[in-house]
Design a protein around this ligand. Structure first.
Ligand SMILES: CC(C)(COP(=O)(O)OP(=O)(O)OC[C@H]1O[C@@H](n2cnc3c(N)ncnc32)[C@H](O)[C@@H]1OP(=O)(O)O)[C@@H](O)C(=O)NCCC(=O)NCCS
Length: 377
């Protein structure tokens, strides 16, 4: 499936995966790659095999097929410009998915030496691990959970495609719900949705609840680790109007706590409107401490509870913790650290989140009831 001619650094620089990387930084990698060609239907990599190589797809689409331990099959088609086969090399593990050419595919094939050259390119290790985490998250079978009224819903880590699933169909996030979440009216813009859904799962972790395995997103909860204090993170939750008051917020905050424990986060903090009784009741279940920030606004801080103390059934906690581990703890940091900028989760230096997206701008004018309540805090 491969040819013999040399690979040019300029060719690599034109690919989406290497966007913003100078041609000169790609020269050593190019020298370690060889051209790859495959015909439609050709299997490039097979799930379960020992991984020796990775491929960069320059043109043509490939299909990714992953069969989970429970038989759940995940299939996705990747456009050209991306890398495949990197997960197993990053984890020193067997292939997690089968890759099949859907078109005439042209690209580049690399082995361990090329992989190490790639990890040595500034930004590439971080970019690659982020993409690999998003792919691993896509392979996860959603966890079935029950709302208080018995409705079956599904919990899973957010996926990049969720930006389109938010508010799909008849699921409503009313202006009031959005105001309580973002402190401003109106739905998030497309760019904000990308930020909210395309996360790295280590510094920014998001759970979503869907109605049906492939159904619309009806709730989300996230933590964004503090840049100057990696043991602490800001949290935010949103539950669609028709789903509120059915225990989903409690489940999500518990699930966030389980993920935070995996990621080495010990404290949560959040901002809320002081007249938001639901968030106050939710925080109280987690022994939150409240403080009046300014009229109409409260801040809350809480210690991340131990898994045994979460107000969720223990078997669900175990499943949630396991899934969080799969995406957060999936890669051997020490290996990546030799080459890339990532460090262990508990010592990562993080970029400050764009606060207005997780916390949203402060309300300029607090309502009269909010001011009254705030004065009693
Ligand atoms: C805050 C929010 C996430 C809570 O989610 P939820 O699924 O409704 O919460 P739950 O059903 O798990 O209920 C949690 C607690 O809040 C209470 N509660 C929920 N809705 C309530 C309401 N409208 N009024 C009073 N209490 C309410 C519940 O009774 C429960 O308390 P309990 O444990 O003492 O019984 C949800 O209401 C929401 O998305 N609000 C808009 C966005 C927002 O405010 N986000 C938080 C700021 S980041």
């Amino acid at each position: 499936m491969s040819g013999l001619t040399a690979v040019g650094a300029e060719e690599l620089a034109s690919l989406e995966f290497f966007a913003d990387i100078p041609v000169a930084a790609l020269a050593v990698l190019a020298a370690n790659l060889r051209p790859l060609q495959a015909v439609p239907g050709e299997v490039l990599m097979r799930q379960g095999e020992q991984a020796l190589s990775f491929a960069i797809i320059a043109s043509g689409r490939v299909e990714i097929r992953h069969v989970g331990p429970d038989g759940h099959v995940f299939v996705a088609e990747l456009p050209p410009g991306l890398i495949v086969g990197e997960i197993a090399l990053l984890r020193h593990a067997r292939r997690t998915a089968t890759v099949i050419a859907n078109d005439d595919v042209r690209g580049y094939l690399g082995y361990q030496s090329a992989f190490e050259c790639m990890l040595a390119i500034p930004d590439i290790a971080e970019r690659m691990v982020r993409t690999a985490r998003q792919r691993l998250a896509a392979f996860i079978t959603p966890i079935p959970v029950r709302a208080k009224d018995g409705t079956e819903l599904f919990l899973r880590p957010v996926l990049p495609g969720d930006a389109e699933r938010v508010g799909r169909g008849r699921v409503e996030f009313s202006p009031e719900t959005l105001y309580r979440r973002f402190f401003s009216g109106g739905a998030p813009t497309a760019a904000q949705l990308t930020y909210l859904c395309e996360v790295d799962y280590v510094d920014h972790f998001v759970w979503v609840v869907t109605d049906g395995v492939d159904g619309p997103v009806v709730a989300d909860a996230r933590f964004v680790r503090d840049k100057d204090n990696p043991g602490s993170a800001e949290i935010a939750l949103t539950v669609a109007d028709a789903y509120q008051g059915r225990g989903i917020g409690t489940l999500l905050l518990g699930a966030l706590a389980a993920a935070a424990r995996v990621g080495g986060i010990k404290r949560f903090h959040a901002l809320g409107l002081s007249d938001n009784v639901a968030v106050r009741a939710l925080g109280d279940r987690f022994q939150a401490r409240w403080q009046c920030e300014e009229p109409g606004v409260v801040t809350t801080t809480m210690e991340v509870p131990a898994l045994d103390d979460l107000p969720i059934k223990l078997d669900a906690v175990r499943q949630i913790h396991h899934v969080a581990r799969l995406v957060i703890d999936a890669f051997q940091y020490r290996h990546i650290c030799r080459y890339g900028p990532l460090r262990r989760a508990d010592s990562v230096q993080l970029r400050r989140p764009r606060r207005r997206i997780i916390s949203a701008p402060r309300p300029v004018v607090a309502s009269k009831p909010a001011r009254n309540l705030a004065s009693r805090l």
